[in-house]
Design a protein around this ligand. Structure first.
Ligand code: ZN
Ligand code: ZN
Length: 164
C-alpha cells in the first residue's frame, strides 16, 4: 500500500490520513489472517515526518498444545519515523521508512510488524492442558485414564513382588 506524499511534501498539508481495510497477500505459516483495519496518519511537524498507525484485526491458528483452532485479536500501534530517501544518512540508529518518488510504501513495515505481533507459540489459553501423550485425548474436554492405569500397573507389580 503506497501513500501519496505530494500533499505532505509540497502542498503544506500537515498530515496524510490513513483509514482503510486491507487483506495482506503475505502468508504466515500456520496462521489465517483476516482483514486488517488501518487507522492513522503520516504527519509532518516542521520537517519531522512520522507514521502513526493503529492496526486491528484477527487471526485464527491451531493451539500448539491441544490443536484446536482458535481466534486471536490483533491490535497494535505502529510508529515509525519517515524520511525522503537520500536525505538521511543510513548510519543512524533509528529505523526510517523512506519516501521514494513521493510515495511511502507502508507494506514492508506492516508485514514486519504483524509477523512480530503473532507469537511463535500460539495457545488457545495459557491454561490449556493440551493432549494426553498416552491416548491423545484433549485434556481440556475430558479426563483420560492413562495416568491411573500406569499407577495401577505399578501397584500390581509391587503387590506381586510382595506376594512372592
Ligand atoms: Zn489449547
Ligand atoms: Zn491419556
Amino acid at each position: 500500500m503506497k501513500i501519496d506524499m505530494i500533499p505532505l511534501l509540497f502542498e503544506r498539508n500537515p498530515a496524510a490520513e490513513i483509514d482503510t481495510n486491507i487483506t495482506l497477500s503475505e502468508t504466515f505459516p500456520g496462521v489465517k489472517l483476516g482483514e486488517l483495519t488501518l487507522l492513522g496518519k503520516v504527519k509532518n511537524s516542521a520537517g519531522h515526518i512520522m507514521l502513526t498507525l493503529q492496526v486491528k484485526g484477527s487471526y485464527t491458528a491451531q493451539c500448539d498444545r491441544c490443536l484446536v483452532e482458535t481466534e486471536h485479536e490483533l491490535d497494535f500501534l505502529l510508529e515509525k519515523p519517515v524520511a525522503v530517501a537520500g536525505t538521511i544518512q543510513d548510519d543512524t540508529d533509528e529505523e526510517y521508512l523512506y519516501i521514494v518518488e513521493n510515495e511511502l510504501d507502508i507494506m514492508p513495515t506492516l508485514i514486519e510488524a504483524v509477523t512480530f505481533e503473532i507469537p511463535t507459540k500460539i495457545l488457545c489459553s495459557d491454561e490449556c492442558l493440551g493432549l494426553c501423550t498416552g491416548c491423545g485425548v484433549d485434556l481440556n474436554q475430558s479426563k483420560c485414564s492413562c495416568g491411573e492405569k500406569k499407577i495401577d500397573a505399578q501397584w500390581e507389580k509391587i503387590k506381586k513382588m510382595l506376594d512372592e
